[in-house]
Design a protein around this ligand. Sequence first.
Ligand SMILES: [Zn+2]
Length: 246
Amino acid sequence: MVVLNQMRHSGGFWLRLGDVNVLQDPGPGCLVMVHKQRLKPGSLDAIVLSHRHIDHSNDINVMTEAMTYGGFEHRGRLIVPADCLNSDPVVLQYVRPFTEITEIREGMEIELGKIRIGFPLKNMHPVETYGAIYKFGSRRLGYIPDTEYFPGLVEAYRGVDFLIINVVRMTTDRKIRHLNINEAAELINAIRPKKAILTHFGLQVLKAMPEAQAKRISERTGVEVIAAYDGLRVDLEEKESLKKWV
Ligand SMILES: [Zn+2]
């Protein structure tokens, strides 16, 4: 409902890690928001999909066109779960020749310029879903996208410096297989990043004021926790930054 009514923007997030640019989860409105943020799609080195749900993948085709200058320049990469390409594919056939396409497999790691992207494990969600660990310099940034809680998440992401975590609910609804705020707090406490960013809020979380929830988790865990907002920019180190407009 938050996406469908655009109570928050839904374009995903843009990572600038040294001279490598990656777009993660281009949901509805991504192309528009990228330009509002004065980011250049032609500078992207890769677009990564955690999964095929429309709030994460809606703008994948138009962003692929933008990354490849309308398909005239073969460049960049799409890194996506296999079910984004096979049954009822979200990546259209006609954009596929524009770029290099890699199917994500659990445990794989990809080199992209000076960074590496790892896909430590498959999440528990109704479609094939993978989080990622971005490794740049001596730092690691983990992204835990949509999933229901399971203990394997802690081991897979333990020790990351930065953690982005999708929190949809205040209370669990087993039917929709998403993390609730207490499960997110538990993960942050166990993984213990230097900084955690909560995002992907459902109505329940918006009503409970994400900033207040972030503060509560900070106090409980001793970890710096921030609630994402449209246009949030986080500096990871002098040169690295993350632009966020979900
Ligand atoms: Zn989903």
